[in-house]
Design a binder for this molecule. Structure first.
Ligand SMILES: N[C@@H](CCC(=O)N[C@@H](CS)C(=O)NCC(=O)O)C(=O)O
Length: 357
């Protein structure tokens, strides 16, 4: 994680608040925005426009969004460590349960939502023209610093067309790299449908993912809803048909505040309605993780995996392996009784072996 200061002197950002640089149609920007709002951490949201891009990228050391500038002027990024770091500073309404099953489950669900669900969202966004125009257009307007309804003059239109073209080319290449290209449409769309069905089944009887209180993965799911599933026309229509509870969930999460946080289930219980979602994660992401871990260990740039529609050769993902190894280490560090109780939840769903190093 790179860090620097706003003015290069360590004098802070002047306003005393956190600043979040990002874009409306960005999954991880919306994840961060939803966390800051929930915790009541004072922040200012700024679009990462072309005008500030050079400075933000130089100071943060990343081209990714979001980038958070702290009141002390540090540029930090990567939402999970940023949020977990802020938990220490802003402990009220903590988002990570203390008990082993709920805590590890929160980490696993978040990792799935961070590292696997984006594969489906990029497919839906960049390979459907209507979605690419809606969302790609929104991102380019954010980059240009113009509002969604502003008319563009001729030079602005030329910039828009050029940046949009580059972004869509990037989006289509990304789909191929993650095994979600045009040839994978049947697999990806079937998987997305199952994901929505699992969420619907669970959220009909559970307010949030782990019961009555938001936890770590709820913020990623909010990011997915806000930037993609309730924003891009194709998944939005699908959600309306098969997962209407996501609309209820989205407004509850939007209104939730750490000060009014409810409670996770007593006795380290896991809501029973999560079982189908866990099985779905076991049948997809958990099959990818060990293959990816082996490819990273062997230094291979590509790996081959069959997710049910034939073998596909796709890019190896080092960052995803780093996240998996962190969760594996957390599980390994549990005492024997706690580890056995986590195993009893994860193993039957096929979500255990991937974490046994
Ligand atoms: N692990 C990072 C992921 C951030 C990320 O992937 N952001 C996307 C936008 S939602 C991005 O900047 N993508 C550009 C790229 O991958 O080159 C985080 O949690 O912040």
């Amino acid at each position: 994680m790179a860090a620097s200061t706003v003015d290069g002197t360590g004098a802070g950002n002047g306003g005393g608040n956190y600043i979040i640089y990002g874009a409306d149609a960005s999954y991880f920007t919306q994840k961060a925005l939803s966390y800051f709002a929930y915790k009541g951490i004072p922040f200012e949201y700024r679009k990462k426009t072309l005008a500030v891009q050079g400075e933000v990228e130089e100071k943060s050391g990343t081209h990714m969004i979001p980038v958070v500038v702290t009141p002390g002027g540090d540029y930090i990024w990567d939402t999970t460590p940023v949020m977990l770091g802020l938990e220490e500073k802003f402990p009220a309404g903590g988002i990570l349960p203390a008990t082993p099953r709920q805590r590890i489950l929160a980490r696993v669900l978040e990792d799935y939502l961070d590292e696997w669900v984006p594969r489906m969202v990029v497919h839906m966004r960049w390979l459907n023209d209507a979605d690419a125009e809606t969302s790609g257009g929104a991102i380019v307007r954010d980059m240009m610093g113009v509002s969604a309804d502003a008319a563009l003059d001729v030079p602005q239109q030329a910039i828009f067309d050029q940046v949009f073209g580059q972004l869509r080319d990037w989006g289509i290449k990304t789909c191929e790299k993650v095994g979600a290209g045009r040839g994978d449409a049947a697999q990806v769309e079937e998987e997305l449908g199952r994901f929505f069905v699992c969420l619907e089944a669970h959220l009909q009887s559970s307010k949030y993912l782990l019961g009555d209180r938001p936890s770590l993965p709820d913020f990623t799911l909010m990011g997915a809803l806000q930037a993609h599933f309730l924003f891009d026309p194709t998944p939005r229509a699908l959600v309306g048909q098969i997962a209407p509870s996501l609309g209820r969930y989205h407004s509850d999460m939007g209104a939730a505040r750490a000060g009014d946080a409810g409670a996770w289930p007593l006795g380290d219980e896991i809501p029973i309605g999560l079982t189908p979602l866990l099985q779905q994660i076991g049948a997809t992401f958990m099959r990818f993780l060990p293959v990816n871990a082996a490819a990273v260990a062997a230094g291979d740039k590509e790996l081959t995996i069959d997710l049910g529609h034939g073998p596909r050769t796709i890019a190896t993902r080092r960052y995803t392996e780093k996240c998996r190894a962190q969760i594996a280490a957390e599980i390994a560090a549990l005492d024997d009784v706690s580890r056995a109780s986590v195993e009893a939840i994860l193993a039957p769903a096929g979500c255990w072996d991937a974490y046994q190093d």
